[in-house]
Design a protein around this ligand. Structure first.
Ligand code: P5A
Length: 445
């Protein structure tokens, strides 16, 4: 992308109405524009990152064997009357009436809708287990939408639903989701810690939230610092292996880690004092096992191997895809702006031409831009007639993890400068070497 043609409405000043750094930086980097309270338009760069996160979530869901679907945002109130949640959900639900007077709602979640799909098509235990998921907009009429995309009213969520013949099989689905979520967040450069939590309006007894530690997080969290050392890394996971998934689940849920809703002071005090930590976290996902709550209420039954009709065991699993962008920025920024982890960066490298209009510099940048594009590094080239300082500030603000600076002085010696946004370190090298290094970096994320 050439910056001169991009729609990147960056702001020099800090917007006064944004209270936390991720919200400020998303506005300053021209990623979003508020449409109304808690509702945002996604501008090109924000949209590009949203798509990247969506892709990672799709890849990891499908790796775990889950089937993608797409359900409507508007749902019939009758389904929610069947489950009994229509009245329970309260003012967070946006209720709409169509021209025929039918009660509709903008889905805050989809347990009822997906149970209806399941019960219409599945009759036998032989068709189980099954997991269906979607990535779709949700609406919750939050009392106090705030912090930009962090607590929106309209937000983008991955929501998945498993259907199993019994509790054991459903607990494997729970563990499988936990493992696939760990991998998903790691790919995004995030440390998200599963913590025992409260199930709220979704229901059920077993639930874990995934929290990214940040001072601006809305949840108070209590944990054993040992949990920070755990990583999934590149270990091979067989998602059909119940024992392996259960072992990984155990590894992550053995150190104490709970949100304030389920915090147990006596248990916490058993953790050695130097490892006990109380801080704040951003909830970027949650998994639930709620057994037959919806299948009984909505008559979603299958015939088991004894020929008996039984309600299926279910769970649901959510990732806050739009909220994740805020969480990544909270976890990765400095005074100059965003620092995108390589796994999610909207562009692989920013090319800065120090002397726009100089034949040699222009030609070198063009060649670099073309080669980087051909190599799949997806560069953004600042080809505007701006001062170098302004170009550097923009690249830093929008968070490019790598920058190649091209100027007449370096070109005399056949070199450009490759700079890491994170460390600030620069190295001179030939354009070919810079591209080679970037190719290697992106091959490993
Ligand atoms: C699981 C999927 C559910 O709704 N039903 C289907 C279950 N879970 S949840 O915890 O309520 O939401 C899942 C994730 O969505 C994000 N989220 C939000 N993001 C932005 N703005 C909001 N107002 C908002 N509410 C929830 C969170 O990341 C949450 O973990």
């Amino acid at each position: 992308m050439r910056m001169s043609r991009y729609f990147l409405p960056t702001l020099k000043e800090n917007p006064t109405d944004a209270q936390i750094v991720s919200h400020r930086l998303m506005l300053r980097a021209g990623m979003i524009k508020q449409a109304s309270s808690g509702i945002y338009s996604w501008l090109p760069m924000g949209f590009k990152i949203l798509r990247k996160l969506e892709n990672i979530v799709h890849e990891e869901q499908q790796r775990a064997g889950h089937n993608p679907i797409l359900m409507p945002t508007l749902q019939s109130a009758d389904l929610w009357r069947e489950s009994g949640r229509y009245d329970d959900y309260g003012e967070e639900m946006l209720r709409i009436s169509d021209r025929h007077g039918h009660d509709m709602l903008y889905g805050p979640t989809n347990e009822e809708q997906v149970t209806d799909i399941f019960r219409s098509h599945v009759r036998s235990y032989k068709d189980l287990p099954q997991t269906l998921y979607q990535i779709q907009w949700k609406f919750r009429d939050e009392r106090r939408p705030r912090f930009g995309v962090m607590r929106g009213r309209e937000f983008f969520m991955k929501d998945g639903y498993n259907f199993d013949i019994d509790k054991e099989s459903a607990m494997h689905a729970y563990n499988r989701h936990l493992v696939s979520y760990l991998r998903t967040y790691e790919r995004m450069g995030l440390k998200a810690i599963p913590m025992r939590a409260d199930s709220g309006p979704i229901g059920g007894d077993d639930t874990h939230e995934f929290l990214v530690l940040a001072d601006t997080g809305e949840s108070e969290v209590f944990y054993d610092t040992n949990i920070l050392d755990l990583t999934l890394g590149d270990r091979e996971v067989d998602y059909d292996n119940w024992d392996q998934c259960a072992d990984i689940m155990k590894e992550w849920t053995t150190p104490y880690a709970r949100t304030d809703e389920t915090h147990d002071e006596a248990l916490f005090n058993e953790v050695p004092e130097e490892r006990r930590k109380v801080s704040r976290g951003i909830e970027v996902g949650q998994i639930f096992y709620f057994g037959t709550k919806y299948s009984e209420a909505m008559n979603a039954k299958v015939v088991n191997s004894d020929g008996k009709e039984v309600p299926v065991h279910m769970g649901s699993h959510g990732i806050g895809v739009s909220r994740l962008i805020g969480a990544i920025i909270e976890a990765s920024h400095d005074d100059k702006g965003i620092i995108w982890p390589e796994g999610v960066t909207p562009f692989g490298v920013g090319i800065v031409n120090l002397k726009q209009g100089d034949d040699e510099a222009d030609a070198a940048c063009e060649a670099l831009y073309k080669s980087a594009t051909a190599l799949g590094i997806d560069p953004i080239y600042d080809d505007r007639n701006e001062r170098a300082g302004g170009k550097f500030a923009t690249m830093d603000l929008i968070g490019m993890p790598w920058r190649i600076t091209v100027g007449p002085r370096g070109l005399k010696n056949g070199v450009v400068e490759l700079t890491s946004r994170k460390s600030g370190e620069s190295e001179e090298m030939t354009p070919e070497m810079a591209l080679e290094k970037l190719t290697q970096i992106y091959a490993s994320v």
